[in-house]
Design a protein around this ligand. Structure first.
Ligand SMILES: [Zn+2]
Length: 70
């Protein structure tokens, strides 16, 4: 089994984030498996990046409770 490096561009900060996953796991994920099940070795932040396309840093900011909306 080979590892592959995914590069995900965070839609919030526009920074490329690299996540290394197993190719077979990625295939399972693309086939509808839950990220938590196929990528147990990734951090929560890395999984979030794959699931929602947002990096851990931005994810934290979104849920930090800053409600600056007018
Ligand atoms: Zn970000």
């Amino acid at each position: 089994m080979r590892d592959t490096q995914l590069t995900v561009n965070c839609f919030s900060c526009k920074q490329d984030q690299a996540v290394k996953v197993n190719e077979k796991d990625l295939e399972n994920y693309n086939n509808g498996a839950h990220a938590q099940h196929v990528f147990p070795y990734l951090s929560a932040d890395e999984r979030e990046l794959l699931i929602s396309g947002i990096c851990g840093c931005c994810f934290d900011k979104m849920f930090e409770g800053d409600e600056d909306e007018s």
